[in-house]
Design a protein around this ligand. Structure first.
Ligand code: GTP
Ligand code: MG
Length: 182
């Protein structure tokens, strides 16, 4: 089976670890230094349930509560990774605002989303409980994971779960039209 092409955007407040999660997923490494992102696009082929996926991952600039949702991220994307840091209540508030703007811009009631609480290795600085994260994701009918980009904890799972959510959202109908029966 040919790979299915999937466009994914990773979004959230600044410095929550969007780039670190992206680089850990794509390259399997962690960089301690902080270099604010304007925009980066990564590609990787990954296999889930015997299916290859060509993932195009767009790592976006950090947003805050006042940011206008960038229109270019509402078109041609199959799913979203929405990230906050478990050490930052502010980042948890901002992710809820970003989610509302996302639905608004897309004009949809539901979008495939994985909510990610990153930086679990900084447990002494924890400001958002796992329960709060889980409840928010439940209210969105989204998947939820706590991760550490630094320790490569649950990072692959983010993308694998999102690919499966996208598959369910499509109901497998989208690709059928391209099947050739000979
Ligand atoms: P913007 O591009 O500015 O929005 O930031 P970002 O969300 O891409 O964050 P980035 O990945 O650049 O990480 C910000 C800082 O947090 C860097 O110093 C990272 O090394 C650090 N960081 C990211 N993930 C983790 C993590 O899981 N644990 C720890 N301890 N630090 C992390
Ligand atoms: Mg970044």
């Amino acid at each position: 089976m040919p790979p299915k092409e999937r466009n994914i955007a990773i979004m959230g407040y600044r410095s929550v670890g969007k780039s670190s999660l992206s680089i850990q997923f794509i390259e399997g490494q962690f960089v301690d230094s902080y270099d604010p992102t304007i925009e980066n696009t990564f590609t990787k082929t990954t296999r889930v349930n015997h299916q290859d996926y060509g993932v195009k991952l767009v790592d976006t600039a950090g947003q805050d509560e006042y940011s206008i949702f960038p229109a270019q991220y509402s078109m041609d994307f199959h799913g979203y990774v929405l990230v906050y840091s478990i050490t930052s209540q502010k980042s948890f508030e901002v992710i809820q605002i970003i989610y509302e703007k996302l639905l608004d811009v897309m004009g949809k009631a539901h979008v495939p989303v994985v909510l990610v609480g990153n930086k679990t290795d900084l447990h002494q600085e924890r400001a958002v409980t796992a329960e709060e994260g889980r409840k928010l994701a439940e209210s969105w009918k989204a998947a939820f994971l706590e991760t550490s980009a630094k320790q490569n904890e649950s990072v692959q799972d983010i993308f694998h779960q999102l690919l499966l959510l996208i598959e369910n959202e499509n109901g497998n109908t989208q690709e059928k039209s391209s099947c050739v029966i000979s």
